[in-house]
Each structure stands twice: as structure tokens, then as C-alpha cells.
Design a protein around this ligand. Structure first.
Ligand SMILES: Nc1ncnc2c1ncn2[C@@H]1O[C@H](COP(=O)(O)OP(=O)(O)OP(=O)(O)O)[C@@H](O)[C@H]1O
Ligand SMILES: [Mg+2]
Length: 242
């Protein structure tokens, strides 16, 4: 299987802080990877390198066979940031029209995708209200629609469950699984172990910039002993990288 994401021996230093330390991981087409770890473990830094927003101090990042700082590669990535700052006086429809324009999509396609996605994320009835009147979860839903607008091959989501109510989480999971069936790849960071276990195929657990566990999730689920929470606690309580 061709890798959609290939991170090889990547480190990123900020002054004295080694935010990511010799990380190697890969994600194939039609795979969902959950990226876990304590606050400050290096998740968002890795995501920023995946998007070509910052460069590794050393090592290589390849996305969809190219360099993520290349606009052609970026056009195939959908990204939802940890905290999104949208222009508050736009409504959800205008937000998507704005992003669609940035992506070079034509007006007709933008309108069709906007209708489809606003209804998918449950914002069809509130799409004409300015974003400044949105609740946290509604903004998160708008962010999901924005990330999916241009039908990307790779979705990169930084803490996608934050603010979503239980029903929205279920819908979100179903949506992600449908995208996986279409062969899309999804890379998301999270602190929500239960949701992660239900959503993804494999996980990487970060500790102080290093991946201390990488592996499938399915073999963990259901045996009552080695669920993701137990694994998470196990690997983080051990010293060093596994
Ligand atoms: N621009 C920056 N300048 C200096 N240090 C930074 C910068 N960005 C991140 N760091 C540091 O790098 C480390 C990793 O941060 P990062 O944001 O990647 O963590 P995270 O795993 O996403 O955490 P969280 O779960 O809190 O979102 C932290 O020690 C952080 O302080
Ligand atoms: Mg983060």
C-alpha cells in the first residue's frame, strides 16, 4: 500500500524544547490514525509539519507522495485546527464560500458542496446566522464542513471531538467511517480515548516528542483487559520509548 503520510526520523526543536524527537510513522490510504499523548507531547507540532506550516529540524515528511509545503499537495489536504479563529461576522455559508474560493473551487461546486456538508454536520438551519452567535460545538461543526469542502484525500484534524455533543460525535464517527470507505485517510489528535478507540484503525501514543506506542486498535478492543485507556496508562507510566 502506498503511504499517504510518511514521517521519517522527524525532529523539531523550539529553542531548548525538543517538541518532536525522531518520530517515524506512516498512514496508508483508507486508514484512520489516532494521535494521542499528554499536553505538550508534540501532537500539534507534528500536525503543523504534516501541513507544511513548519519545517522539521531534521528528518523528512512526505504527504501524498510530495512535500506538504507544495500548494498542489496542500490542495489535497483538509485541515481542522485545534482552535479555529473564523471571521465572526461571516455566516457558515459565507465561511465555506470563502474557503472554497481560496481552494480555487468554482461557485457552482462550492454551493453544491456547501448544501451537502451543512446538512451533514447539522448546520443547515443555522447557516445564515453569523458565526459569532455560534456555540462551541456549532463552530466545531463548521470547522468539520470547512475541512471537507474540497473533498480532500487526507484529513488532518487537531482534537476534532472538542465541543461536540454525544449525538454529533456519533454522526462525526459515521461520517469519518464513510470517508474511510471511500479510501480517504484521516489523521487526528485527541485526548478522548473512548472516542479514539471507536473511530480509528491504529494509534500512535506520544510522550515527550517520541512515539512510545504505535499499533492497531482493533486487537485491543473488546477483550476487557487491554483497552486503549489501559494501554495509554501503561505506556505513559514506563520510562523511555518502546
Ligand atoms: N512555537 C513554539 N515555540 C516554542 N515552543 C513551542 C512552540 N510550539 C510548541 N512548542 C512546545 O513544543 C512542545 C509540544 O507542543 P505541542 O503543541 O506540539 O503539544 P500537543 O501534544 O499538541 O499538546 P496539547 O495536547 O496541549 O495540544 C511543548 O513543550 C510546547 O511548549
Ligand atoms: Mg495540541
Amino acid at each position: 500500500m502506498n503511504s499517504v503520510v510518511e514521517i521519517r526520523g522527524v525532529s523539531r526543536r523550539f529553542g531548548d524544547v525538543m517538541a518532536v524527537d525522531n518520530l517515524t510513522l506512516s498512514l496508508g490510504a483508507g486508514e484512520i490514525m489516532g494521535f494521542l499523548g499528554a499536553n505538550g507531547a508534540g501532537k500539534t507540532t507534528t500536525i503543523k509539519m504534516l501541513l507544511g506550516l513548519i519545517r522539521p529540524t531534521s528528518g523528512t515528511v512526505s504527504v501524498l507522495g510530495g512535500d506538504p509545503s507544495d500548494a498542489k499537495v496542500r490542495a489535497k489536504i483538509g485541515y481542522m485546527p485545534e482552535i479555529a479563529y473564523y471571521y465572526p461576522y461571516l455566516n457558515a455559508r459565507e465561511l465555506l464560500a470563502f474557503y472554497g474560493g481560496l481552494c480555487g473551487m468554482d461557485g457552482k461546486t462550492i454551493r453544491a458542496r456547501t448544501d451537502e456538508l451543512l446538512s451533514t454536520v447539522g448546520l443547515a438551519d443555522t447557516a445564515k446566522r453569523p458565526l459569532k452567535t455560534y456555540s462551541k460545538g456549532m463552530l466545531q461543526r463548521a470547522g468539520i464542513a470547512q475541512a471537507l469542502l474540497h473533498d480532500p484525500d487526507l484529513l488532518v484534524l487537531d482534537e476534532p471531538f472538542t465541543g461536540l455533543d454525544p449525538l454529533a460525535r456519533i454522526h462525526f464517527r459515521e461520517l469519518m467511517h464513510r470517508l474511510r470507505e471511500q479510501g480517504k485517510s484521516i489523521f487526528f489528535s485527541s485526548h478522548e480515548l473512548g472516542e479514539t478507540e471507536l473511530l480509528c484503525d491504529k494509534v500512535a501514543i506520544m510522550k515527550a516528542g517520541q512515539a512510545v506506542y504505535q499499533g492497531p486498535v482493533r486487537q485491543l478492543a473488546g477483550d476487557g483487559e487491554r483497552n486503549l485507556e489501559r494501554l495509554f496508562l501503561d505506556v505513559l507510566s514506563k520510562g523511555g520509548a518502546a
